[in-house]
Design a protein around this ligand. Structure first.
Ligand SMILES: [Zn+2]
Length: 260
């Protein structure tokens, strides 16, 4: 394991220790530093970090009881919400409305549905999400490799069954392929990094040579895309066949995938 890698995990350890002691500053800084990477997989961490900060301040206002100090905390809370929560309103409307609604009942939270906002559940949830997304950014799973392999295999079983039922009697066609002839989409939980290897050139896609999705859904890198279309009849509109399936592709069909 490289030194840089160790350093990152030491930082994670420090952040988790802090979260355990209900200190959120380091976690907020880490999230702010990693916003572009978190956005790639639509992480909820940027919202969660502000939600938990809000709940922490709400608990403080609740615990100090009615008075000047409480009014001050509540005023800070309103300012905090308008500064940090508004950008998440369309995606987390219900949760934000609940947070704002709780302010009206700050002295009687125990008798309302808002009591859950001052429980530890949110800190636990934040910690879990933090570990998961931190590992994801490092290209790792938060679970052990063996467990993930088993999980992926188990989730794939229904598709395998369906596929082999359809291909009954033709199994020998795939004996020498060395890979599955079908794609199985397991959802974003199982995507750990945005590496794409071109099935034609076997090269890893880069920013300058990004993956292009063909109309059939298969992907190849731009260089491969250009090279299979080069030399085709220009007047008839350049056409070629997808390297994976029989779909005909034209040079206007490809969609560049922005995974970087
Ligand atoms: Zn195809």
């Amino acid at each position: 394991m490289g030194e840089e890698f160790k350093k990152r995990f030491k930082a994670l350890d420090q952040i988790l220790t802090d979260l355990n002691h209900r200190k959120i500053e380091k976690a907020v800084n880490w999230v702010n530093d990693n916003i572009p990477k978190l956005k790639i997989f639509d992480s909820e961490l940027p919202f969660l970090i502000h939600k938990v900060t809000f709940c922490y301040m709400l608990k403080k206002a609740h615990d100090v009881g009615e008075g000047e100090l409480q009014s001050e905390i509540l005023s800070n809370l309103t300012q905090y919400a308008s500064k940090h929560l508004i950008e998440f309103y369309s995606k987390f409307k219900a949760q934000i409305m609940s947070l704002m609604g709780s302010l009206a009942f700050v002295n009687e939270l125990e008798n309302t549905k808002y009591v859950e906002l001052i429980s530890d559940i949110h800190w636990d949830h934040l910690t879990q999400c933090f570990v998961r997304d931190f590992c994801k950014i490092q290209g790792l799973s938060k679970e052990s490799g063996l467990f993930m392999t088993l999980k992926v295999g188990t989730l794939g079983i229904p598709k395998f069954q369906k596929f082999f039922k359809l291909m009954k009697g033709k199994e020998q066609l795939f004996d020498n392929l060395g890979e599955l002839p079908i794609d199985i989409n397991l959802g974003s939980e199982f995507k750990f990094h945005s590496i794409f290897i071109c099935p034609i050139s076997k090269e890893i896609a880069t920013k300058d040579n990004p993956p292009i999705m063909l109309k059939c859904g298969h992907c190849i890198t731009r260089q491969s895309y250009n090279s299979i279309l080069t030399g085709r009849n220009e007047r008839a509109g350049r056409k070629a066949k997808c390297p994976t399936c029989p779909t005909e592709i034209k040079d206007s069909d490809g969609i560049t995938l922005n995974i970087f």
